[in-house]
Design a protein around this ligand. Structure first.
Ligand code: UN1
Length: 494
């Protein structure tokens, strides 16, 4: 019998009130890994109530104490890294080395936010009036609904949950339906680390039932969501109509690597292959456009095509595997349809473009794919595909490259390969993305800096780094007048 994972509400693991369950599958084999509760609005109600109750005491728990619990959670994550990574590969499909990276990113952010228990700096400033004190401190927002995708099942929830907790918020966590077991493991670690009941609650289920209920719930103060632009727009609209909740959105990308003619091409090829086909292209930071100076376009095309052709597909737990499966058949159909779109638009298919057969594995595998002669206005050069498809766009120089890079609705990550420091700094100034890499690919952000993007990649908030503290807190400005008389700001200042 498959192991069953219940919701975690008010410190107890419980089945859905309806008793319904859904399976979690290994995307490479179709094997059932376990079953989880399939919840509805009635389960959400309980979770939100528990989170509201817990908020009363958690917000008053000294922040250093909250940080200590996170520190213990970080230690447990570190101790269980191998166990988590192995299950992560089985449930999500990415190769084991990358699964370890996913868990490591969770460890990193958890230690980082544990440290914030003893920082959370505010501002103390001079008042314009005598005998008056002026300062600002952070306050928690309240109950935060954390709605996360399947592509980073440990890292992304941790980016959201850890800063929310250290600041004194409580959480209702709805993980993606494709990766529930990893969510249960993460919450189990927080429980073991000593988090009081109700501070984090976990509710499994689909967007339509559980997600919608959270967006509309009057007891939820903030929604932190990572997913597609379409879903993000929906989240923002509904949350606005239901209490004008704070909404932090981390949405798609159409990230480009730019290669200038003077670049170290060996280095560039390594970075492009890693960014385009790592995680089977299923990162919001994945490279899906290669903007290349004409003089080296042909050579780069040949080298990228040769490498893409030789990548080994398979189960992520096998040591020889370089590229795992797509998350499910729906994802595969979407990638396939984009290949059709590219063909019809007149792009030249250089390699790949088909579903791949991997002997003995029933999963949704897709050949690493390269399109050449892509023009910036084509759909395959503008829309997020979220699969192993790379579009080569030739340009005449850096200025045009930057224009093409900035000319899409997304603005998450971009990269430039050059040996020319002048052009590198011009690009750093002018690339309009939340993350810029020089002589490295588009993936691999570290948690101590802000993570997020311009334009429709988000709505101005940032994950990770100190910036995440702004996302998950309110500022409270405090004035203490100890003059003993009425002092009018802006008026009695002379
Ligand atoms: C994502 O794809 O949603 O920079 C997150 C990176 C990783 C995080 C990616 N550290 O690629």
């Amino acid at each position: 019998m498959a192991e069953f994972y219940g919701n975690y509400i008010d410190g107890r693991w419980v089945p859905a009130k309806s008793g319904r369950r859904s399976p979690s599958l290994d995307p490479a084999t179709g094997e059932v890994l376990g079953e989880v509760a399939r919840s509805g609005p009635e389960d959400v109600d309980e979770a939100v109530e528990a989170a509201r109750r817990a908020f009363r005491t958690w917000r008053l728990t000294p922040a250093p104490k909250r940080g200590e619990i996170l520190y213990r959670a970080a230690e447990l994550l570190r101790d269980r890294k191998e166990e988590l990574a192995a299950m992560l590969t089985r449930e999500m499909g990415k190769v084991l080395a990358e699964a370890r990276g996913d868990v490591q990113e969770a460890i990193d952010i958890t230690y980082f936010m544990a440290g914030e228990g003893r920082r959370q700096f505010g501002h103390t400033v001079p008042s314009e009036l005598p005998d008056k004190w002026a300062m600002a401190v952070r306050d928690p927002i309240g109950v935060v609904a954390v709605i996360t995708p399947w592509n980073f099942p440990t890292a992304i929830p941790s980016w959201k949950i850890m800063p929310a907790l250290v600041l004194g918020n409580t959480v209702v966590f709805k993980p993606a339906s494709d990766t529930p077991i990893l969510a249960a493991m993460l919450v189990g670690i927080l429980e073991e680390a000593g988090l009081p009941p109700g501070v984090v609650n976990l509710v499994f289920g689909g967007g339509e039932e559980v997600g919608e209920a959270l967006l509309r719930h009057p007891g939820v103060d903030m929604i932190s969501f990572t997913g597609s632009v379409e879903s993000g727009q929906h989240v923002a609209e509904v949350a606005a109509r239901h209490g004008l909740k704070r909404v932090s959105l981390e949405l798609g990308g159409k990230n480009a690597v730019i290669v200038l003619a003077d670049a170290d091409l060996d280095l560039a090829v390594d970075g492009i292959i890693w960014s385009a086909y790592g995680t089977t292209g299923q990162r919001c930071t994945a490279c899906s456009r290669l903007i290349v100076e004409r003089a080296v376009a042909e050579e780069l095309e040949e080298r990228i095509a040769a490498r893409a052709r030789s990548l080994r597909l398979g189960h992520g737990l096998r040591p020889e595997t370089e590229v795992g499966p797509l998350i499910n058949r729906t994802a595969l159909e979407r990638v396939k349809s984009y290949v059709e779109v590219g063909r019809r638009e007149g792009a030249r298919l250089v390699v790949g473009g088909e579903e791949a057969e991997v002997p003995g594995l029933a999963g949704a595998f897709f050949q690493p794919t390269v399109f050449a002669d892509v023009r910036p206005e084509m759909r395959i050069a503008r829309e997020e595909i979220f699969g192993p498809v790379l579009s080569l766009i030739p340009v005449d120089g850096l200025e045009e490259a930057i224009e093409v890079n900035n000319g899409v609705q997304y603005g998450l990550s971009s990269s430039l390969y050059t040996r020319d420091v002048h052009r590198a700094f011009r690009a750093i100034r002018d690339l309009a993305t939340g993350i810029v890499y020089i002589n490295a690919g588009t993936i691999g952000a570290e948690i101590q800096l802000p993570f997020g993007g311009y334009r429709m990649t988000g709505n101005g908030h940032r994950e990770a780094g100190i910036a995440a503290l702004d996302t998950y807190s309110e500022w409270k400005s405090i004035y203490v007048d100890f003059s003993g008389r009425l002092q009018r700001a802006q008026i009695d200042t002379h």
